[in-house]
Design a protein around this ligand. Structure first.
Ligand code: DAH
Length: 338
């Protein structure tokens, strides 16, 4: 019987299985209920007990070899059939919605990264602030209009005067009070003003405060730093100009404009035909402020600046309605996917 099995094994191995028809008849002939292998197993029943072991093993091997050949040849066809039934690879891809950073976060990160390159580190302060950090230490006279109820959200506290911070300049004070010199810091954060909400004003918005304190810091350092920032952020052909201004905590103070990013300074509706766009306020830290924060104003000097993140974003993305930044409308936010 061993010889018979071997002969059938060779036959099965050499059988031409190049067409589906051949495959089908091969399967029936060898594995069918009345097939060759079934017949061999029948025959096996009457084999001599001491030959059973050897012949049984050969028979099982034959069956396995036939099945393996079929599996090998039939599987790809089956798999292909399964795929073509369920998948159409010419269909457009399924789009997956992923979250992304808010445009104001993107702008903030970009600005922080620019200043990090020249040694500024980030700092934070609380949004609920006391009078000292938001006003007094920053040289605001007691009757300054910024302390007025119309600008500031005061908190109801009979024992102390707390408010929502009106600017991130409060963080300057906290950093100067607690750090060792020199200081190079950037403080991004949310600020609050008691304003009616419209396209051009909001009761909360975002600012980034910058502060540099060291020996021999001059107005030239301030201008150079801001020019470096403007060129990194708006492009290397941008120009800046400083216009004299007033802030209680800096002397001298200035407002900074960049040449219009749309018309390059020749005049258009964005820059109201002036060729310039205002981006921030700045100045040399007033000696009174340094002294209030425990810094010797005879040895140290410094500059500070503060910019509105929404304002910078408006210039970069040409968004003219401030409300869009806080309405969570995906039709707006989706446009800022990287
Ligand atoms: N704190 C000012 C504001 O909210 C902005 C500002 C102006 C910050 C001049 C500064 C500065 O540090 O030097 O309008």
């Amino acid at each position: 019987m061993l010889e018979k099995i071997e002969k059938i094994r060779l036959e099965a191995e050499q059988e031409d299985l190049s067409t589906p028809e051949h495959l089908a008849s091969f399967r029936i002939r060898f594995l069918g209920s009345k097939g060759v292998i079934k017949g061999l197993y029948q025959e096996f029943k009457s084999v001599n007990p001491d030959e059973k072991r050897e012949i049984g093993a050969a028979l099982n091997q034959l069956k396995q070899a036939v099945e393996d050949r079929l599996v090998l040849l039939e599987t790809p066809k089956k798999e292909l059939k399964k795929f073509t039934k369920t998948e159409d690879y010419s269909k457009p891809a399924v789009t997956r919605t992923t979250g992304s950073l808010h445009p104001l976060s993107m702008i903030t990160q970009e600005i922080v990264a620019i200043f990090e390159k020249i040694g500024f580190i980030s700092s934070e302060g609380p949004e609920i602030e006391d009078d000292w950090h938001n006003f007094s230490a920053l040289n605001f006279p007691p009757d300054h209009p910024a302390r007025d109820m119309q600008d500031t959200f005061f908190l109801d506290d009979p024992f102390a005067s707390f408010s929502l911070r009106t600017h991130t300049s409060s963080v300057q004070v906290r950093v100067m009070e607690s750090s060792t010199l020199p200081i190079r810091t950037l403080s991004p954060g949310r600020v609050y003003r008691n304003e009616a909400i419209s396209a051009r004003a909001h009761c909360f918005f975002h600012q980034i405060e910058g502060l540099y304190i060291d020996q021999h810091v001059t107005l030239a350092d301030l201008k150079q730093t801001l020019e470096y920032f403007a060129k990194c952020f708006f492009g290397s052909s941008v120009k800046i100009r400083l216009r004299p201004s007033y802030f209680p905590f800096t002397e001298p103070s200035a407002e900074v404009d960049v040449s219009c990013t749309l018309c390059s300074g020749s005049g258009c509706s964005i820059c109201k035909h002036s060729g310039w766009l205002e981006i921030l306020g700045c100045g040399m830290v007033d000696p009174n402020v340094l002294e209030d924060c425990g810094i010797d104003s005879k040895t140290y000097s410094g500059f500070a600046f503060g910019m509105g993140v929404e304002r910078i974003a408006q210039l970069k993305y040409r968004v003219n309605d401030l409300r869009l930044y806080s309405e969570n409308d995906l039709r707006f936010l989706d446009q800022f996917h990287l």
